[in-house]
Design a protein around this ligand. Structure first.
Ligand code: CU
Length: 169
């Protein structure tokens, strides 16, 4: 967390809206955000899809299908490319209707030795409006409980597992 805070402070990113505890330590102004993004003309995220046994532990003490990271900070009007590495042999999606995003993630391949060969999906889009946009996976996943799909935030999908947020600044 300290590293994240330091990185944000160095960039001058206003994260007051998302992290009120940091409000005293960040400029939090639109001009500071624009200044921090001034040289950014292309963004890139590498995202990992982790099947249950590799995924994060929920409050039920079980591991779950997870997409990491699950929150994305984007610059409005600037193309962003996602490289999604899927270690699961099932398909997932990162779907945010409010932002017009639907990343359909290819499934990995089951190998003869029982391992899964990861699949790589790339997806590029340009966010055209600022704001917070929830995403969730539209596939039936995280069996048998499907816990990671259940309701959270303002839509289906547990944030940090099969749901999350785009923050377009
Ligand atoms: Cu999923």
């Amino acid at each position: 967390m300290k590293a994240l805070f330091t990185a944000c402070a160095m960039l001058g990113l206003g994260i007051a809206a998302a992290q009120p505890a940091f409000a005293d330590n960040t400029p939090g102004t639109a001009s500071a955000v624009q200044s921090a993004f001034a040289g950014v003309s292309q963004q890139h995220y590498t995202v990992y899809v982790l099947p249950g046994p590799m995924g994060f532990v929920g409050p039920d003490k079980q591991t779950h299908d997870s997409i990491a990271p699950s929150t994305f900070v984007l610059k409005v009007g600037t193309p962003v490319t996602f490289t999604v590495v899927n270690f699961d042999d099932g398909s997932h999606t990162i779907t945010a209707p409010g932002l017009g995003v639907n990343i359909v993630i290819k499934p990995g391949t089951d190998e003869a030795d029982g391992s899964i060969k990861p699949a790589v999906t790339t997806y590029t889009f340009t966010p055209t409006k600022k704001g917070l946009f929830h995403w969730n996976c539209m596939m039936t996943c995280d069996g048998p409980s499907h816990w990671a799909m259940s309701a959270g935030f303002d839509g289906p999908g547990r944030d940090g597992y099969m749901g999350g947020t785009f923050n377009v600044l």
